[in-house]
Design a protein around this ligand. Structure first.
Ligand code: BDP
Length: 665
């Protein structure tokens, strides 16, 4: 066991569950009149493989019938599973995609030990696009990737297709992922050149039977970079013709090409504003090139150099006035929070604020700001916090993206276990499951993932599921407690650097975010400060306006408060801050002890891998705590709260640490 099989291990059933499967003993068959096709073949093959591995006998008695008459995967994949007679289970839906998703859902139920003939499911996806965004570069490196090199070997494609790309598609189909952007949003134009289109075609052909459409990150200046034009102005007729011809060329090779993902006028990337045009002008021009064939996903992750009032306000300020101006085939992709994938942020105020625009939720599965792939942090609770939040504009964040979808920045690389840390697989899994159904609970997702990935033993799950559920809060506590954010080391974002204050753009500096001085700490986003609060509807803003009554988990995100401010625990703000760091460190120690007690339930290799990573996390949680406490003390001049341990080293020690070896930049 090395983790390669992900949640598709289909570990042999035991006891009662095995006995039930043996009595059922199904063969897999297509309902009469069903058209054959590659997607149905995948569903059949996966069922056979899974059943055999779970322990179904070769001699069959019952049946699993696939009743999805139409070929192709054009439908949304809604499926029903029900027993039909004593020994027959039917997976039914409009077309082959329904049977694909139904087959994996049934295998999940079986792998969890459920009685096959009692399985009764009626499911449909909550949103059309359930997507992974790879930040993979053409040379095989991965921006913010902590799991080895890219899984896309552009050098050997199209002649060689790595088997891993098929297993990747299986794993994705099993959780309902239906779209993948294969290259980094910081994209060079070469991905639009003919030789890359030929390579992408090979991938698209391989993934089609698994229901996955490919997207490309497109560089907005491509007409200039590779098209020989003098401009990339979206209103220029020559530019429009160039993109139309490029789209035609791609569709000739890949008839179901998903479309373009665009990072424009953000962090130095080119965009329509270079020509005095708006985001809508740029996006609509690309939408016109694709026509009804595809979708333009336009990212809202923008913050401009000349506006230093509050980075958290800038995306809303640029995009909300454009509501109603985007074409129907444009989706605006919004990060879960208003700054940048921090361990905790309030939800992005754009959700719900653009009723005439299709929106998409962007989460980061790769843990750029949450300890890379060595810290254990289960992220379903992070995404759920945003998805479940009421926008005050007629629903939750999840409701606001139902017409668009969810995209997760992938944490996948060529490491044998795909994600670097074994528990990082759970974040890939959880993202797909939530995009299929944001109503699932974090606990349900953790339980089904852990049972399929490690084992069904009740004692194991009883220990490991709560460990997973508390793990993200532990990271918040030892890195950025009480609503602090963006205190990580410059560029690589590895480890603490709250002291950094000399970078050229103000909002690149941790000191910009924490605003700590002798008088207090925190970012005043109320009316007396940046008034970012006003971007939320009054009923939502009201929850965060009063530091005395609000949820203290985001206290310093919205308020600048004196060090001796009384928190609800009765402790001063300073003492509460130190208390939370210590709580985070202690939580990691508990996680390590919990894992240590699972030796009997886990295979030796994965047990040791996780134990090793937890040792790193224990060490680094202390590093975060000590470096932060030492720095805050240098600012506030306060003695340590009673009972708190002094940092292991002085501040100069932490400031002198450098990490040229940190991956993923
Ligand atoms: C930030 C990353 C950077 C990405 C950027 C983005 O540090 O590498 O390019 O987000 O989302 O979190 O475009």
């Amino acid at each position: 066991e090395d983790g390669y099989a992900l949640w598709l291990r289909y570990a042999p059933l035991k006891g009662e569950a095995l006995a039930r499967l043996r009595t059922f003993a199904p063969r897999v068959e297509a309902a009469p009149g069903t058209v054959e096709g590659p997607m149905l073949a995948v569903a059949e093959a996966e069922l056979k493989r899974g059943l055999a591995s779970l322990g179904a006998p070769a001699q069959t008695k019952g049946a699993i019938r696939l009743d999805c008459p139409r070929a192709g995967g054009g439908g949304d994949g809604a499926f029903r599973i029900h027993a039909d007679g004593k020994r027959r289970l039917v997976i039914a839906g409009a077309d082959h995609r329904a049977c694909l998703y139904g087959a994996f859902a049934l295998l999940r139920e079986l792998a969890l030990g459920r009685d096959p003939l009692a399985v009764a499911l009626d499911e449909h996806p909550a949103m059309p696009l359930r997507m992974l965004d790879h930040w993979d570069n053409a040379d095989g490196s991965v921006e913010r990737g902590y799991a080895g090199r890219s899984i896309f070997d552009w050098w050997r494609l199209p002649d060689h297709l790595d088997r891993r790309l098929i297993d990747y598609a299986r794993a994705n189909a099993a959780i309902g992922i239906d779209a993948v952007a294969v290259n980094n949003v910081n994209a060079p134009a070469i991905f639009l050149e003919p030789r890359f289109i030929a390579r992408l075609k090979r991938i698209a052909d391989a993934w089609r039977p698994y229901g996955i459409r490919v997207f490309l990150s497109a560089r907005f200046s491509a007409p200039r970079d590779i098209g020989g034009l003098a401009t990339a102005d979206p209103l220029d007729p020559g530019v429009r013709r160039w993109w139309k011809a490029k789209a035609d060329e791609i569709y000739a090779a890949i008839p179901d090409f998903g479309g373009f993902l665009v990072k424009a006028n953000s962090e130095g990337q080119p965009g329509p504003q270079d020509y005095g045009r708006s985001h809508a002008d740029g996006a609509n021009m690309l939408a016109a090139a694709l026509g009804p064939r595809g979708t333009v996903i336009w990212r809202a992750f923008v913050y401009s150099a000349d506006d230093d009032s509050d980075r958290a306000k800038q995306a809303y300020a640029e995009f909300v006035p454009l509501d109603g101006r985007f074409a129907d085939t444009v989706i605006v992709q919004v990060k879960n929070g208003p700054v940048d994938f921090q361990p905790r942020e309030p939800f992005h105020p754009m959700f719900g604020a653009m009723p005439k625009t299709r929106l998409m939720f962007e989460g980061q599965i790769t843990k750029e700001y949450l300890g890379f792939s060595t810290h254990l942090a289960f992220l379903a609770p992070l995404w759920k916090e945003a998805l479940d939040a009421g926008t005050g504009r007629g629903g939750t964040v999840a409701d606001a993206v139902r017409g668009g979808g969810m995209a997760g920045v992938a944490n996948i690389g060529s490491d044998r276990n795909w994600t670097g840390g074994h528990f990082d697989q759970a974040n890939w899994y959880a993202f797909g499951r939530l995009a299929w159904n944001p109503g699932l609970t974090s606990a349900d997702i953790a339980r089904e993932w852990a049972a399929q990935t490690f084992g069904r033993d009740a004692a194991f799950l009883k220990a490991v599921v709560p460990m997973m559920l508390g793990s993200r809060q532990a990271v918040v506590d030892y890195m950025t407690p009480l609503g602090l954010a963006h205190l990580m080391g410059t560029n690589h974002h590895y480890g603490p650097a709250p002291w950094v204050c000399d970078l050229p753009r103000p909002e690149w500096n941790p000191c910009y975010y924490h605003r700590a001085d002798a008088g207090g700490i925190g970012f005043d986003r109320t009316a007396s400060g940046s008034d970012a609060l006003a971007q939320y509807v009054p009923s939502v803003a009201a929850k965060w306006r009063d530091p005395k009554t609000m949820d203290e988990d985001v206290l310093l995100w919205f308020h600048h408060l004196p060090w001796d401010w009384r928190t609800r625990s009765g402790r001063s703000l300073w003492a509460e801050l130190v208390h939370r760091y210590d709580r985070g460190v202690a939580a990691v120690d508990t996680m390590a002890a919990t894992w240590d007690a699972q030796r009997a339930h886990v295979d030796a290799e994965r047990f040791a891998d996780v134990a090793g990573d937890l040792r790193v996390q224990q060490r680094e949680a202390r590093w975060w705590r000590d470096a932060s406490v030492a720095y805050w003390q240098s600012v506030n001049g306060l003695p340590l709260p009673e009972g708190a341990a002094p940092p292991a080293h002085n501040l100069a020690h932490y400031r002198a640490l450098a990490f040229p070896e940190a991956p993923g930049i």
